[in-house]
Design a protein around this ligand. Sequence first.
Ligand code: HEC
Ligand code: HEC
Ligand code: HEC
Ligand code: HEC
Ligand code: HEC
Length: 171
Amino acid sequence: MAPESRHTFSLYAFVALSALTASTIAACQRQETGPRQPIAFSHAKHAGEYQIACQYCHSGVRRGPHAYIPSLQTCMGCHQLTAATKPEIIKVRQAWENKQPIEWMKVNRVADFVYFNHYPHIAKGVQCIACHGDVATMEEVKPPFELNNMTFCVDCHREQKASIDCYTCHR
Ligand code: HEC
Ligand code: HEC
Ligand code: HEC
Ligand code: HEC
Ligand code: HEC
């Protein structure tokens, strides 16, 4: 198949699927609070009060699609000593000693038919807050429903002269 016809096909496929999936995803994601996390990790404390840079923990944004959640190694870099006797930190240390990764619940997810990549945004200086809200004030990260709203993406792309071709985000 020529590249054009393949793109046309996948576009039809996701248009057909999207009526169903979009409403299901919307129902799942437009919630007021984030999911319950296995450790009571607070962005308000780490990124707010102690001003640890977002990219210290989410360095993936400098390289590609995913921001990533930091490994327990990163946590232990501070928590070998910091608050070491607090119950939540004992849980972190035990998981680390047993080589048992923490199963963090996912907060944000775009639909499978949407392609998203952090890197080009960070490279052009788009701030985390533009898409995620003011995470540094949040005890629990909440999903901003805008991430599942095409208008939110396209309006900014138009404003900042980024591509608005369908293939940019649906490939
Ligand atoms: C000390 C490490 C650390 C720092 C600093 C940090 N984060 Fe996080 N972040 C985490 C961890 C751990 C999670 C997973 C638990 C949770 O959702 O709270 C997370 C989750 C998130 C999520 C939700 C992920 C998902 O599943 O969709 C977003 C969005 C996020 N962080 C943005 C930020 C932003 C923006 C900043 C800076 C203002 C920041 N983080 C600073 C460790 C950190
Ligand atoms: C750059 C240093 C640093 C890193 C990295 C870091 N923290 Fe912290 N964390 C702190 C500081 C400072 C406090 C506040 C300690 C206090 O209030 O005594 C804190 C507090 C906490 C608390 C609250 C403890 C309590 O009950 O008072 C939890 C839970 C926690 N961190 C989990 C984590 C997890 C999980 C990670 C890895 C994803 C992480 N931290 C990474 C510095 C860090
Ligand atoms: C242009 C919008 C936008 C910007 C800017 C942005 N994000 Fe995201 N972020 C998203 C979307 C969309 C997702 C969901 C991606 C998915 O489902 O694959 C996401 C997911 C995440 C996640 C979940 C885990 C992962 O690996 O993707 C974290 C953590 C995160 N972002 C942190 C950040 C941080 C930190 C910054 C700033 C340095 C940032 N984001 C900037 C839109 C953005
Ligand atoms: C606040 C503004 C803003 C928002 C919101 C935004 N973007 Fe972007 N986006 C940009 C900018 C700026 C670029 C970089 C354009 C460039 O490099 O010339 C970009 C680039 C991209 C690229 C790479 C384009 C390429 O040519 O490789 C993709 C993919 C993308 N955005 C998808 C999304 C999706 C999906 C969303 C919504 C979830 C979104 N963006 C929301 C501003 C934004
Ligand atoms: C900058 C990124 C971006 C561009 C460009 C873009 N879309 Fe989207 N599109 C999205 C996002 C994000 C969603 C919402 C997905 C969800 O519901 O989770 C979406 C959803 C859709 C849906 C599902 C119905 C809906 O509105 O929720 C259709 C159909 C669609 N897009 C078609 C198109 C067509 C046709 C083009 C070109 C004219 C296009 N898109 C360009 C990001 C984009």
